[in-house]
Design a binder for this molecule. Structure first.
Ligand code: NAD
Length: 281
C-alpha cells in the first residue's frame, strides 16, 4: 500500500492526511471546497510546526511530509491510483452513500474504501457498492496527530483480508487499533462518549452545576484531559448534535439533545472552529 486518498479536508480529513504523509504514504487530500483545502494545508503546517517544537519531528521530516500531500477538488484525479480511500465528509448517510457509489465506479477494483464515520452504519454507507468485502470503518479521533486510537469497524460483509490490511496500515502510521465486530450505532467509543455527554448536558440543564464545574469534575476526578463541554466544542457542536440525534433514533431518550444545544447550532455557535460554543476562543 502506497497511495492514500482522504476525502474531506475538514477537522478530521487534514489530520488523517498529515499522519499518513508523515509515515511516507503518497496522499491526495480532496475536498469540494477549495478554501477548505487551503485551510487544511494551513492546519497541517501549524500542526507540523508544533511537532517540531516538541521535538517529535525535524524540519526535514516536515518538508518531506508536505511534499507527500497533493490537494485536489476533482474526485477521479484524487482516487484513480488509490490503494485506500478514507472518507471524512459530513456525517450524513445519503452524502456518504452517494460518494461511496462514485468511488466504487472510479477506483481500481482492489482499492479499499474506508469511512471515518463515528456512528453511522458502515454496512449502510457501502450498501450501494459492489465491492462490499472492501468496505470498512476507520474511526480516527480528534486531533488525529495526537490521539493514539483508530476504532476499526467491520461491516456485515467486510473480509478478513480487508480488516488485516487496514489494521496493518493503522499500525504503520503509529496508531493502536480496537475492532468493533458488530456494525451497531455508535460502535464502542461513540456510544460510551455520547452517553457521558448526554448526562453532562442534563446536569447543566437541571441546574445541578455550571459548565465549568462539570468539565472540571471530569478532568480532576477522572483524569479526563478535557471535560465533556470542552470536548463537544472541540469536535464541533453541529457534528455533536447530529451524533446525539442519530443515537436517540437508535437507542431512545437516554441520548436526547437539550433544547439549548439545538439553539446554539441554529445561531452558528459551533464550538472552537467558529470561535464560540460553550466557551469563547
Ligand atoms: N470532528 C470530530 O471530532 C470527529 C471525530 C471522529 C469522527 N468524525 C467524523 O469524521 C467525519 C468528518 O467530520 P469533520 O468533523 O472532519 O467534518 P468537517 O465538517 O470539519 O469537514 C467535512 C469536510 O468535507 C467536505 N465535503 C463535503 N462533502 C464532500 C464531498 N462530497 N467530497 C469531498 N469533500 C466534501 C466539506 O467541504 C468539509 O471540508 C464525519 O463523519 C464525522 O462524524 C468527526
Amino acid at each position: 500500500m502506497q497511495n492514500i486518498s482522504v476525502i474531506g479536508a475538514g477537522i478530521m480529513g487534514h489530520g488523517i492526511a498529515q499522519i499518513a504523509a508523515l509515515s511516507g504514504y503518497n496522499v491526495v487530500l480532496r475536498d469540494i471546497n477549495h478554501d477548505m483545502l487551503e485551510k487544511g494545508l494551513q492546519n497541517i503546517d501549524r500542526s507540523l510546526n508544533l511537532m517540531i517544537k516538541s521535538e517529535k519531528i525535524t524540519e526535514t521530516e516536515k518538508k518531506k511530509c508536505i511534499q507527500k500531500i497533493q490537494v485536489k477538488t476533482n474526485l477521479y484525479e484524487s482516487v484513480k491510483e488509490s490503494d485506500l480511500v478514507i472518507e471524512a465528509i459530513p456525517e450524513v448517510l445519503s452524502l456518504k452513500q452517494e460518494l461511496f457509489q462514485q468511488l466504487d465506479e472510479i477506483c481500481p477494483p482492489e482499492t479499499i474504501l474506508a469511512t471515518n464515520t463515528s456512528q453511522l452504519s458502515v454496512t449502510l454507507i457501502g450498501s450501494k457498492v459492489l465491492r462490499k468485502e472492501k468496505i470498512i470503518g476507520t474511526h480516527f479521533f480528534n486531533p488525529v496527530p495526537v490521539m493514539k486510537l483508530v476504532e476499526i469497524i467491520k461491516g456485515l460483509e467486510t473480509s478478513e483480508e480487508t480488516l488485516q490490511t487496514v489494521q496493518t496500515f493503522c499500525h504503520t502510521i503509529g496508531k493502536e487499533t480496537v475492532v468493533c465486530n458488530k456494525d451497531t450505532p455508535g460502535f464502542i467509543t461513540t456510544r460510551l462518549l455520547l452517553a457521558q455527554r448526554a448526562e453532562a448536558f442534563r446536569l447543566y440543564e437541571e441546574g445541578v452545576a455550571t459548565i465549568e464545574d462539570i468539565d472540571k469534575a471530569m478532568r480532576l476526578a477522572f483524569k479526563h484531559p478535557m471535560g465533556p463541554f470542552q470536548l463537544a466544542d472541540l469536535a464541533g457542536l453541529d457534528t455533536g448534535l447530529k451524533a446525539l440525534t442519530s443515537m436517540e433514533e437508535n437507542y431512545g431518550e437516554r441520548f436526547k439533545s437539550p433544547t439549548y444545544l439545538k439553539q446554539m447550532v441554529a445561531l452558528g455557535y459551533l464550538g472552537k472552529k467558529k470561535g464560540k460554543g460553550f466557551y469563547e476562543y
